[in-house]
Structures are given as C-alpha cells and as structure tokens.
Design a protein around this ligand. Structure first.
Ligand code: DGY
Length: 318
C-alpha cells in the first residue's frame, strides 16, 4: 500500500534555491507566498495541511494558523521566532523546527565587522576616498577598536561566538542575561543599565520578546554615553528607534552599527543623513554558505518529522 504524501504549505519565497524541489520528493508542496492575497487557493487546501514552511521574516499569522486544523509541524528558516505565536503553538502541540547553530559564525562575523566599521569609520572613509576628498585633506583620526569594553546584552549561542572573537581583539567582556552562565569566563551584570554604564560598545543579541521590547531607550543610551557605541544584530523592536535617532543626532551616543530596524526594508530616512551610523540590510546570516546550511536544515527538519516523527533542531524539545 502506498502512503499518501502529506500536504505542506510553503509561505514566502524560497530563501535558497532548490528547497521546494527537495521537499517535493516526499511531500506535496503548495507554494502560496502570501495567503492573505490568495484566500481562494488557501480555502481549497487549508483543511488538509499538515506541515508549513516559513522563515523568520515571514512568520505565520494567527489568522492563518486558525485555518489549519491538522497542522502538526512548522519548519522555519532562521533563528528569530518573533513572527510566531509560540504560546499558541505550544498549547496546540504543534512542533516547531528552526535553524540554530549553522548561522552563529556568520552573524558573529558581521557583528565584529560593524564594530570595526563604526569605530574606525571604514564605510565613511571609503566614501571620503571615492568622493576625492583625500587629496584635499587627510581624513580625521578615528577611535581604536581593540581593548574597548564590550557589553553583550544576551549571551546565547551567537553571543558566545561574538565574545570569542572580541577576546581576540583584547576586549574585556561583560554580559547581561536574567541568569548568569557559570560556565563562561565573562563578567555577568544583573541589569541592562549596569551593562550600559560599564560598556564602551554595547551589542544587542537578545531575542525579541515582550520583555526585551524597546528596552534600549533614551535612558540606556544616555548611560552608554557620548563615547559609547551601540550595535544591533538582533531585532529592531528591542530598540526605541526614535530615542536612538535622537541620541545619534544629538551626540548623546558616539555611533551605532545596525543590521536590523523597525520597518525593514523601508527604514526611517533620518538614518541616511547620519555619518555616525553604519547601516546593514539585515544580513547577519546572508552568505552563500550559511544560507545553504539554513535551507538544508529547514528542509531536513520537515522531512525528518514526516519520516521518523522527530526534528533535527526542534525549538520546544531542545
Ligand atoms: C534570523 O534567523 O532570525 C535572522 O535574523 C534572519 O531573519
């Protein structure tokens, strides 16, 4: 007797080519990039959908989830799970696959890149040379990157990779998390405010949750101070962006390196006017190697579940 292939809903576009092709061998893929724009197509298949593939940026709306009574598993491309209602998924017993670890190196690499860039003003110096200003006047002196105190707001898998790299730059390291990790050789501070006061460079690498939302506000930025730098490689929602823009414009902060924003990709145009900020297009994991590994894990999480009942990287069971 041949077993029927499960029906899968695939949201968004393919983040790496070939994912849908690989899935098609074992499951029936219904690719509906945006179901809110295609309600008719969804209506015909919703009752039979057992699996769903999405990404950290696309997520799944609750409205859609409520239309999928047989849903057993979501496989999400990425580590950020803020576009999913985790409480609902857990309560319904829906499995959740994601792609931890495979992106740690690339996200940590870019974090160090942003630190080096904003302190030494690499992007700004590039503009200086291209605009023909060098022959007229030597470029201004910049700020040393190595030996600066690096504060990590969050100390998960990626935070630990950042700390290792920063140690090679002779940076003293402290971090703030709710619970200290006694296996780590770094200073734990029990509040974000204390961490901001201690740091020359504050790196945001916490998950976006209701308790971290807008936690980097004017008070924290003032505490970091006029010689301080902020790096955000997590999510725009962790920062009060109006406060950050004001702080950068008013010199309350020395500078910022930002990979994430509130309204991506249509970010606040006030950022474009600022020389003391380096802007990156949410590209922490955006290398050929890492995106391929993330695509493979997304596919394998789903296929493994339907073949053996278990996921390779499961959020709730990890
Ligand atoms: C993630 O995995 O959450 C990255 O930020 C990509 O969205």
């Amino acid at each position: 007797m041949t077993q029927e292939k499960p029906n899968i809903l695939y949201l968004g576009s393919e983040p790496t080519p070939g994912m849908i092709n690989r899935l098609q061998h074992a499951v029936n893929v219904h690719h509906i990039p945006d179901p809110s724009q295609n309600t008719h197509q969804l209506e015909n298949i919703a009752a039979s959908i057992k699996g769903l593939v999405t990404s950290a940026s696309v997520g799944v709306s609750n409205d859609l989830l409520h239309q999928l009574p047989k849903l057993e598993i979501i496989s999400s491309f990425g580590v950020g799970l803020d576009a999913l209602d985790l409480d609902y998924l857990k309560a319904q017993g829906i499995h959740l696959g994601y792609t931890p670890n495979v992106l740690n190196d690339c996200v940590a690499d870019l974090t160090l890149g942003l630190i080096l860039d904003i302190t030494r003003r690499i992007s700004q110096s590039d503009r200086y040379v291209r605009e023909g200003k060098w022959a007229a006047a030597a470029a201004p002196l910049r700020t040393q990157s190595s030996k600066k105190r690096l504060g990590l707001y969050g100390m998960g898998r990626i935070g630990q990779e950042i700390a290792q790299r920063a140690s090679a730059f002779k940076m003293p390291i402290a971090y703030h998390t709710r619970t200290p990790n006694s296996s780590l050789p770094y200073l734990h501070l029990d509040s974000l405010e204390k961490l901001a006061g201690w740091s020359d460079i504050l790196v945001v690498i916490v998950p976006a949750t209701s308790s971290t939302r807008q936690s980097i506000n004017r008070h924290i930025l003032k505490t970091l101070g006029e010689n301080g730098y902020l790096i955000n490689i997590a999510r725009g929602s962790v920062i009060n962006e109006a406060d950050l823009l004001n702080a950068l414009e008013q010199g309350i902060l020395a500078g910022a390196g930002l990979d994430v924003f509130h309204n991506e990709p249509n970010i606040d145009p006030r950022f474009y006017e600022l020389e003391n900020v380096v802007l990156s297009p949410h590209a922490g994991s955006a290398t050929h190697e890492t995106r391929q590994a993330m695509g493979d894990l997304t596919v394998n999480n789903l296929l493994n579940y339907f073949q053996s009942g278990s996921l390779i990287a499961s959020y709730f069971e990890s």
